[in-house]
Design a protein around this ligand. Sequence first.
Ligand code: ARG
Ligand code: GLU
Length: 713
Amino acid sequence: MKRKHILLSAVLFPAVMAFAQQYGGMWIPTELNEKEMKDLGMKISAKQIFDPSKPSIKDAVVQFNGGCTAEIISPQGLLLTNHHCGFGQIQQHSTVKNDYLSDGFWAKDMNGELPNPGVTVDFIADIKEVTAQVLAGTQNLDDKASQELIDKNIEAVKATFKLDPWQKVVVKPMYYGNKYYAYLIETYKDIRLVGAPPQSIGKFGSDTDNWVWPRHTGDFSMFRIYADKDNKPAEYSKDNIPYKPKYFLPVSIKDKQENDFTFVFGFPGRTTEYLPAIAVEKVMNETDPTMIAVREVALKTLDEKMRTDAETHLKYAAKYASVANYWKKWIGEVEGLKKSDAVGKKKAYEQMLITKNPKIKPTLEELNRLYTEQARFTLNKAFYSETVRNAETLTLANYFYNYLQAAEAGKMDAKTADNFKSRLAGIYQNYDGELDAKVTAKLLALYANKTQQQFLPAGFDQYKNENTNLSTIEKWSKNSVITGRGTLNGATTNSDIDKVFADQNALVKNLKSDPLMKLFTDFRQTYMKTTDAQFTDYQNQIDVLQKKYMAQQMETDKDRVFFPDANSTLRVTYGKVKGSEPRDAVSYGYQTHVAGIMEKYVPGDYEFDVPKKLIQLYNTKDYGIYKDKTGDVPVNFTATNHTTGGNSGSPALDANGNLIGLNFDRQWEGTMSDINFDPRFSRNIMVDTKYILFIIDKYADAKWLIKEMKIVK
Ligand code: ARG
Ligand code: GLU
């Protein structure tokens, strides 16, 4: 039997070659499919990628500020990440006079680098599987007792590590709690901004091109890690020195070919690849469309004012981009799930599993029942959450609701109050009450018309008409402390938040008579009563069964190499540089060039303007060593790596472990890869290192940075 398998795979070599990545794959770096990676073209060893005791590539890959990924590209701790990952920092250093977002920023030397208090960089010093310790003694316990023991065991595991002050241990479940891994993390805190191109390069194409291929975005920015004199993490100090890394990535400017091996190393956030068909069906037909519908209304309403009013445009730009980002992603996801027949494939897979292992049948039947019964609560949870998120007047009301609760429970100390104040202030900064009254009016109408009767607060029928809503909300908003428009103690939350919060009793009394607060309280309490508790109760039962179903998939489908769903831990994904054929008669190449930027160029446009200097370089073809065989500079390229949110800023490496690209997005037609990877359509999008170096060298003339790097020609 064994022999036959081996022979078969030899015959089917090309098909088998794609096998481990057939379902995508975000692999734990201590458990790589070295053989397959080498078959696909990798020339280094798995040990060179991750070695806890010797310098290896993992020593150059960090989590940037808790969300994105970044990599070290010089012996002096120079960090590369996306422009959209460093956006907040670039924005923070910008003033009207020194507008680094519009004009870019390039430090002239190390003294010119800008500190960013609060920004962190996390290294993964080691990874240990700790399943046996964490699950010890839990076998015969009921679910609740088992979870309690697991929590205790995790604390015990953590206690076995001897930690330096800058280290911590995080234990994460994998495979729905069938396995556990401990991560030893080291955090650096003095991270300085080194350089960023102008938005017209770093965000070229903005929302229109977001998730879209062909793409032409120079989505990169640069930072530097600083350490104390012993190369250890330290709070910011001007006496700190550039961090000397254990390892840094050489940067390749070699030409790429289609089918070149490539791997991406980083911190993918969340995927759900092992759901049963029924769950995918619900996401595709119910939750995603509902969330899309809510955001569509919000975006359209904001856009109307943003287009005609420059001030609103500025105020809402980042917010709009963030709402639009997942709105667009979900649309792609739904289409992709349909197109890749995710549900059909999952159903067939479930039948195959049941044939091999009849014990799976009751698990799946029970999951089917639970997901079906949970569905209306899941849907309403999404509907409610998206409504509160996108109608910011309700977001604000939610904060004040929590404030009221805490105050009335006697839990309002100075620190808690400060917390509320600073979060609220953050929202007011970019909040336009009049504009948002429109959004809120429309979203309330949408909710009142579209949610099932059982979830509607009593009397909510009165909110079915958006025009009536608007006059009501506008009337209430004008006099409300919540919106920052009404006064208390002679001040608004917008003008002097401390003054409004100065007298807690007065504020509580004011809020309790505010009709906006009454509206929100009804909305929220009905939601909690009719939806939240029910949803959670089902979810707890589903979690237990998903764990079982995961284990059953793994023990039954022996041919498949499983990887755990993404959970913001360090992973490696691999594949090939490749274009795609996403639709009938549509064929995408794998690489774009500077000429394509000029094809998209719209002078003065907020998305597609091109900086003068770049046009000059294009006109004079001043490309230096950065052009490829076509004579043009490559800008972005695609590959079959399985990535998700959190992989932004991840290094894309070649067969020898040299940096060839900077991950920043996925192709729209393949974004269902979070649920159902399909090698036909799923592509990650990277900035070509040639373009990055071209911009640093020829555009910014920051040659001192190029000199720091190790360039592979
Ligand atoms: N779609 C990319 C990622 O999910 C880039 C987002 C930032 N860019 C933008 N235009 N909003 O998150
Ligand atoms: N832009 C995403 C991020 O910020 C990465 C793209 C994706 O979701 O694959 O992490």
